[in-house]
Design a binder for this molecule. Structure first.
Ligand SMILES: *[C@@H]1O[C@H](CO)[C@@H](O)[C@H](O)[C@H]1NC(C)=O
Ligand SMILES: *[C@@H]1O[C@H](CO)[C@@H](O)[C@H](O)[C@H]1NC(C)=O
Ligand SMILES: [Cu+2]
Length: 425
């Protein structure tokens, strides 16, 4: 009798238990999706898939949806950045965008841009070429002039062309590497750790590197925004999938008022509770990522790129890290590698190699500048975010500087151990 009471009390506290997962009250009635689409890396889309995507984007642009997403984001920006809302708000926001595109073509899925593999010299990425998202702004108005949005006339916040202004003139300062993302995935034990490890690093560097519209609160008017945020959401989904029982509904940290968050809080600007967006494949979150699909052993996807269900032997990149970093440093930055091969979803150093041509459909192959033999493989330091942008986002400058310091410590440790990155050419 006593046992039953305790069991009932626990069930009331944590909701139902489904295969070991504590489901919060309300979440158990969120239905499984009838159809689940796969979000793929943009360079792995077939020409037909890319064309279908850009056709849907063009139709949404004509109906003023692009301006609307820029407007909406600017209205809520100060409460959904710099705190725990960041990952869940953006998951809901980019899913709404995908749902809008699916009204024009129900089969369209938004691709992601794994820009980490381009971190050394982002301006050279084929994704910032005319075939995909266009490059730097030019002329007195800083108009992009090529790619998906090359001919757009935006109306929010005023009438203008799509603007970009690379943060180092014709080039973009280094972003955050697959090595850094791998470390964050392995070191983050709470949702708040993961949010802090990603937002003002992997995420912020891309906004500031491209600048122009991407550096503002209406950044969704740049088509880079959605492909970039899909990649941020992929990291979140992978982190959840490493320990689904513990992490699917894990939500901690504070909101913009410094109040503790809970899974029943509404997503800002909606009445949707946070728990409704946390479990992908359920409710309106009818998607997965090619990396997750591959790690789950589904055929196709990334097998060609070397992701296997069971990583029995570590890749040469992981071997270098395990063998060359001093054991204490390894345990600090790569705790999973210190214990064994780790879960494939907490290793970002297996995906696309920038040394390979990115697509088989006639895109110019990646052409690196002539290598400087002294620097080949040596990790560059990511560039710092400007104070004013950190404040505009409602983030803490001190928190960002501490994060940047830890990112520099990783680069420093890797270089000191003579680690050679395959992403640095
Ligand atoms: C690659 O970067 C170099 C500068 O580092 C630049 O001169 C060259 O034009 C870039 N190539 C492309 C395709 O962007
Ligand atoms: C531009 O890049 C160079 C070479 O990496 C660097 O030394 C310089 O500080 C950068 N300039 C700016 C304004 O970020
Ligand atoms: Cu945002």
């Amino acid at each position: 009798m006593k046992f039953l009471k305790v069991a009932f009390g626990l069930a009331a506290l944590f909701g139902d238990f489904v295969s070991g997962m504590a489901v919060p009250p309300g979440a158990e009635s969120v239905p499984v999706c009838k159809k689940i689409g796969v979000r793929k890396e943009v360079r792995s889309l077939t020409p037909t898939e890319w064309q279908a995507y850009t056709n849907a984007v063009a139709a949404a642009y004509n109906d003023k949806w692009i301006d609307w997403f820029g407007f909406y984001h600017s209205r809520v920006a100060d409460v959904v950045h710099g705190n725990s809302h960041f990952l869940v708000f953006h998951r809901h926001f980019i899913n709404s965008y995908e749902n809008i595109l699916q009204q024009y073509n129900p089969n369209v899925m938004v691709p992601y841009w794994n820009m980490m593999v381009d971190f050394q010299n982002p301006a050279n990425s084929t994704v910032l070429g005319s075939k995909y998202l266009g490059g730097n702004g030019a002329g007195t108005n800083g108009c992009v002039g090529s790619g998906v949005a090359g001919s757009w006339s935006l109306t929010f916040t005023n009438n203008h062309c799509l603007n970009r202004a690379y943060n180092n003139g014709t080039t973009i300062n280094s972003w955050y590497s697959p090595e850094y993302a791998t470390s964050v995935l392995q070191r983050s034990n709470t949702y708040a750790d993961l949010r802090a490890g990603i937002e003002n690093s992997v995420h912020g560097a891309v906004h500031l590197g491209l600048d122009g519209d991407m550096g503002t609160m209406h950044s969704p008017v740049d088509p880079v925004f959605f492909l970039h945020h899909m990649n941020i959401d992929r990291l979140y989904a992978q982190w959840q999938a490493v320990k689904p029982d513990m992490r699917t509904y894990m939500y901690d940290g504070v909101d913009s008022n410094n109040a503790p968050v809970t899974v029943s809080d509404p997503i800002t600007g909606t009445s949707v509770p946070v728990y409704e967006v946390m479990r992908i494949g359920y409710g309106n979150m009818c998607y997965t990522y090619d990396t997750i699909q591959a790690a789950n052993g589904d055929a196709g996807a990334l097998v060609k790129r070397g992701v296997r269900k069971c990583v029995k032997r570590p890749s040469p990149v992981v071997q270098q890290i395990v063998q060359q970093l001093p054991p204490k440093v390894l345990a600090q930055f790569y705790p999973s590698f210190a214990k064994g091969p780790g879960h494939p979803l907490e290793n970002e150093m297996v995906a696309l190699s920038p040394l390979q041509p990115m697509a088989a459909d006639g895109v110019a192959a990646f052409r690196a500048p002539p290598p400087n033999e002294n620097m080949r493989g040596r990790m560059p330091y990511p560039s710092a975010l400007p104070d004013e942008w950190i404040r505009m986002q409602g983030s803490s400058v001190a928190e960002v500087r501490a994060l940047e310091k830890s990112a520099y410590d990783i680069v420093c440790a890797l270089n000191k151990a003579n680690y050679l990155s395959p992403y640095v050419v």
